[in-house]
Design a protein around this ligand. Sequence first.
Ligand SMILES: [Zn+2]
Ligand SMILES: [Zn+2]
Length: 368
Amino acid sequence: MKVFSKGGANSSKTSKKIQEEINKEVDEKVNVLRTISFVTTKVLSVSLFIIFIQSFLYVKSYLAKDGYDNVYITKGFRSFDAEQERLGQTSLLPLKKSEQTKYVDTRSWKLNTFELTYCTTGLAQVFLHFIFCVTVVLFDYVLFYILNLVRIHGSLELGIRSNGTITIVVHGNGPVADFYRVIFQGLDNNEGFSSNLHFSRCLPSPNIPYALNIPVFLALYLVAIGVVCLRGYGMRLRRKISAYYYPEQENARIAFLHKTIQNSRAGVQRFLRQHVRSTHKECTIKDQLRFSKWLRSKCQCLEKVLPNRNQRKCMSCGQTDTESGSSLKNCTEEKAGETCKAMYCVDCNAALAGVCPLCCDNDVALKE
Ligand SMILES: [Zn+2]
Ligand SMILES: [Zn+2]
């Protein structure tokens, strides 16, 4: 159909051409969506490939390095420790407070600090994704609202009516002129022209977004949060699976971990002994040079007025009885006719293996 009017108003585009243009535009948009979908599919397959690579790298490091991801106090470790104890070595279990944050007891359901760090990172990623999803859903609803408004207010009917008159007048005289006059007689045209344009067919008919998708999304996000929270346990499982397939390597790793903890304790012990000695030296010198002590020695009546600085304190960490939560243990060894006045809290006493560094100078005597 060609849209035209005799009244002078004309349209330069045919409806077919308009349709072609609309199709072309829609095709362009669909192509963009197709490209996005294509890229997403590829990215998903790449992420699967990345998981595969990560697993491979983990197994490789697990086999190659005894210290890699070797922080788990497993059933195997406990039996190894018991075996060592039977052979006359010091048992490393239970772990000390400072070690409990560093190593993971697989019997405990509680996640360790660094395991929780992984969970926090994962939760942040899920949260960002959730915000993205909310934006997309909102955009969907806003788009529906706008298109709906266009549909309601854009419904327009256009009626074009026009009247045209064609009168053929043959001028001249003679038989030919008379002949034409006879022919065109009655061809005078006096017809109306009317055309109606309905825009409703071109208007969008948006579908309301599928509301049931929202609970599905929420359920999926809850699952994702659950998976992220279980990531810490997943990491434990990763080691367990590797241990199942490589039991010999697992035994070597257990022995390595045992030795590592032992060495680090000996290192800590050495450091503590040095620290206690230097603290003791500092206290002794400060005490000798204290002004209040001099005043006390000069005047006995000031004894009650001056503050008493000789509080019961752990020689190593400086905690008092109340701070440590248990009474401090006094060292009662005698050295050169004098009784040692050093005192230690339970933790420091255990860390020093019950040996007072001020009374026993011999570091070689430390059990390793
Ligand atoms: Zn202490
Ligand atoms: Zn002592």
